[in-house]
Design a protein around this ligand. Sequence first.
Ligand code: C5P
Length: 219
Amino acid sequence: TEKNDYDGITVLVTAGPTVEPIDPVRYITNRSSGKMGFEIAKAAKSRGAKVILISGPTSIEDPVDVETIHVNTALEMYNVVMKFKGKVDVFIGAAAVADYRPAIYEVNKIKKSDDALVLKLVRNPDILYEFGKEKGNTFLVGFAAETENLIESAKAKIIRKNLDLIVANDVLKEGAGFSGDTNIVNIIDKNMNVKEYPLMSKTDVAHVILDEIKNLFIR
Ligand code: C5P
């Protein structure tokens, strides 16, 4: 599928984890490597799309010819993504956005004591959900990384987040985890049709996702 079937299409992709600082030396994050999102960005570029990649911290190099915007926190990612509302044809939320951030950022390093430390966390905005509220003509794609009830949770997310497509993967399955180069996915569209795919490289998964989007959206 290395044709130019995405010519004239603008694709926005979020990738990677977000990092939520506690104090100057500590933070909360998650196991996302960013590989899936970066592969999607590269694949879309190779098929002719104009691609904007908004990524949390990863160890991956910026893809060639892709406008890559680096962020740290979920709030930063949210603010950047919202600038593109109404301006992209496709938004693929592949980032593992932290659901919570510390309620207070301590300007000075927290001193340890013999007592237990209670850290209060508050909710981060759900970027995909907020984007989906008034998505206009943007085709919206989400991810569901789960450890149980994969298909049911993914279907619920389609409705709650107003998605057109969701890519679901069981992160406990061998070969489908966060850091590897492979993934095992189910792709579900908003009519609740479920397609199950075998173990594939993240590059191939990226192309399969773009094939699905193309079939459903791009004339
Ligand atoms: O609800 P859950 O976090 O499982 O949904 C995952 C999907 O929602 C992913 O596409 C992820 O990028 C997106 N998401 C988001 N902002 C959040 C949490 C999740 O955009 N705060």
